[in-house]
Design a protein around this ligand. Structure first.
Ligand SMILES: Nc1ncnc2c1ncn2[C@@H]1O[C@H](COP(=O)(O)OP(=O)(O)O)[C@@H](O)[C@H]1O
Ligand SMILES: [Mg+2]
Length: 431
């Protein structure tokens, strides 16, 4: 049946029934009685309709699908249709609020700041990252002009001029922010802030590293080129002078070689793809070897002692050899002749420590925190004289980070230094 028929047919049937009933009463009891009965039945029908109208009005105050009353006659269809409409509506609303909650959560987790403003720059909404980046507070600042909230001349110029094809680089609360504005919906704009402090720092580090490395390489190269020029300008130099030049050139070439080797080691240690190859490192054998190498470098100029009673380590033998070798060679190189050097490997229930202690020149306090920076040296001349590259402790730091270990340095100028690599319990080899 069509919806119209569903509505009209029962009404027509009921009216016909009333008329037929009225006819029967007329035949049996006369016209007056029949009229009274028809009026009474019609009145009952009107009261019924009024009752359902009342129920409908009542339901509209709080239109939940579960509260919808059952119908009678044409009302059954009206109520069931209302029920379906309401249920679809409720479903859509539930979906919409779930989607909105998910969107809010995503916006909360987004590391980039998002600010929505209207065409006259009044703040409509912003996420927590934007609050942090720009010092906003959504609840407090809603409805205020963004250029009054972020009082930075560059920012204000950028927004007011509205040249959004280029992003703005902004320094705000010690952060470097990349700001983009995207107009949308004609009357609104989205402002996005991206924190580039870390990328900027890495970029600066990379630039410094290239500048330093070029500078380090240029010095020996200049020496070699100088001698080569002499050799070609004066082909008949005596053998003694020539050999002297060759010796100096070889020294400089070796210096360049160790620089390049150290730079390559460092870049390998830093690269994400180069993962740590864990093996059982026999610390007795390794410490013995480090002490022997140190004795060879010292050539009898120092008293070198080894104390070793720690456990084996789970790590990379090559990397640890390079790190510990650096600590030991530094001790030899920065301790005047006749000094004492103690190399030790000790373990307890908390972990283990590889230490190199010397009574050499020591380091004053202000330098200590910077020693592991690449190319940082307390005394450049002395480091070069002793074949230092300035990268040794940077390599040590990276190797230790890869082994979840830390470097502790204590030193006193004129008294000596102690460099300790402290390993956690989990790095110790367990059978
Ligand atoms: N045992 C030590 N005693 C005194 N100074 C040290 C010692 N070890 C390192 N240093 C200082 O730390 C600086 C950085 O060390 P490192 O990175 O190994 O570079 P280098 O190639 O100069 O040895 C050195 O130039 C030196 O000034
Ligand atoms: Mg060194």
């Amino acid at each position: 049946m069509s919806p119209k028929a569903v509505f009209w047919v029962p009404i027509a049937l009921r009216s016909i029934l009333i008329l037929i009933g009225g006819g029967v009463v007329w035949a049996l009891f006369g016209l007056l009685t029949a009229m009274l009965v028809i009026v009474a039945l019609l009145l009952a029908m009107v009261i019924m309709q009024l009752l359902y109208l009342y129920k409908l009005a009542n339901w509209l105050d709080n239109p939940q699908s579960t509260r919808l009353p059952d119908g009678w006659g044409a009302w059954t269809d009206i109520f069931s249709r209302l029920y379906r409409l309401r249920r679809d509506d409720e479903k859509n609303q539930a979906e919409l609020s779930e989607w909105l909650a998910r969107f809010r959560q995503a916006m909360h987790l987004l590391p980039d700041g998002v600010v929505i403003m209207d065409d006259v720059l009044f703040l409509e909404w912003c996420n927590p990252a934007a609050e942090q980046h720009l010092g906003l507070q959504h609840e407090r600042d809603k409805g205020m002009r963004v250029t009054n909230l972020v009082r930075n001349p560059e920012f204000i110029d950028y927004i007011i001029l509205g040249r959004y094809d280029q992003p703005l680089m902004l320094t705000q609360r010690e952060r470097r922010l990349l700001v983009n504005v995207i107009p949308f919906e004609n009357r609104r704009q989205i402002l996005v802030t991206h924190d580039v402090t870390e990328t900027d720092r890495i970029e600066r580090m990379r630039r410094d590293f290239i500048a330093n490395a070029s500078h380090e390489l240029r010095t020996p190269l200049t020496v070699i080129v100088g001698f080569l020029e002499i050799a070609s300008a004066q082909p008949d130099l005596d053998t003694k002078t020539r050999n002297g030049h060759l010796k100096l050139m070889t020294e400089q070439a070796n210096r360049m070689q160790s620089l390049v080797t150290d730079m390559l080691t460092l870049s390998r240690l830093e690269s994400v793809e180069y993962s740590l190859r864990i093996e059982r490192v026999n610390m007795h054998a390794l410490s013995e070897q480090i002490a022997q190498d140190a004795r060879a470098l010292s050539a009898g100029r120092h008293q070198i002692t080894l104390e070793c009673d720690g456990p084996d380590v789970a790590g990379s033998l090559d990397e640890l050899r390079s790190a510990f070798g650096n600590l030991a060679s530094n001790a030899v190189r920065y301790t005047p002749d006749g000094g004492n050097i103690l190399i030790s490997w000790k373990g307890d229930e908390r972990g283990a420590q590889f230490s190199v202690q010397d009574n050499g020149i020591g380091i004053s306090y202000q330098h200590i925190s910077r020693l592991t920076e690449r190319f940082y040296r307390v005394d450049k001349g002395r480091s070069r004289d002793t074949q230092g590259t300035g990268l040794g402790l940077a390599i040590v730091k990276h190797v230790l980070i890869r082994h979840s270990a830390v470097l502790q340095i204590s030193s006193e100028p004129g008294q000596g230094s102690r460099f300790s690599a402290c390993f956690e319990r989990k790095t110790i080899w367990h059978d």
